[in-house]
Write a protein that binds this ligand. Structure first.
Ligand code: E4P
Length: 216
């Protein structure tokens, strides 16, 4: 399973990239606004830190505008994946930009039929938003499993990018449901290594080593 980090904070990205666990980055207009820096500068910097796909989202909502913005974003670096919303104009733009050879991440997916359309439009990634479904009492994991089944039935190579992940449990369940990628905030990635029994066990081992005077 690939891990993407869901942030536009270049310091956090650089810290995590050192772990060798990061395969890509996702941003959205809310995360870019939070970074408080010019859009193109942030994306360019992230693309230099992480060689994998870096999602940069258009803000236009019509086909022509999405194509203009998408082509501009794609010029920033070879590893930019243009992020488009799952609307009819977004799907049409996905077909055109994919035809240009640009990676496309179709975002704001909340149903299996939407994911089917994105795959037919040639998307590189489909982003089902698990956390936002959970927020309205809908099982986001069922959506991931449904998309997995549909893509496998028809051998679509669009990658399922589990998004809007809020907890370590979301990551485990997405992996079990067959998501190809999970994008998560830095805190969730770091929390994956945590277990109280690991901490307790290490404490005991170190105390015993000190008592016995063990040196390596
Ligand atoms: C990913 O591409 C999305 O930008 C992100 O996961 C949305 O997460 P949120 O629902 O926690 O804002």
């Amino acid at each position: 399973m690939k891990f993407f980090v869901d942030t536009a904070d270049t310091k956090d990205i650089a810290d995590l990239a050192e772990s060798g666990m990061i395969d890509g980055v996702t941003t959205n207009p809310s995360l870019i606004a939070k970074a408080g820096r010019p859009f193109a500068d942030v994306i360019q910097e992230i693309c230099e830190i992480v060689p994998g796909p870096v999602s940069a989202e258009v803000v236009a909502t019509d086909y022509e505008g999405m194509i203009t913005e998408g082509r501009k974003l794609a010029k920033i670096a070879d590893n930019v994946a243009v992020k488009l919303p799952l609307t009819w104009d977004g799907l049409k733009a996905c077909r055109t930009l994919s035809g240009d050879g640009t990676q496309v991440n179709v975002t704001l997916c909340f149903s299996a039929n939407q994911a089917l359309l994105a795959a037919k439009a040639g998307a590189t990634f489909i982003s089902p938003f698990i956390g936002r479904l959970d927020d309205i009492n809908v099982d986001g994991m069922e959506l991931i499993a449904d998309i997995r089944q549909i893509y496998d039935n028809y051998l679509f190579d669009t990658e399922i990018l589990a998004a809007s992940i809020r907890s370590a449990n979301h990551v485990k369940l997405s992996a079990l449901a067959g998501a190809d990628v999970a994008t998560m905030p830095p805190g969730v990635i770091k929390s994956l290594a945590n277990h109280p029994l690991t901490d307790k066990g290490l404490e005991i081992f170190l105390a015993d080593a000190q008592k016995a005077g063990i040196k390596v």
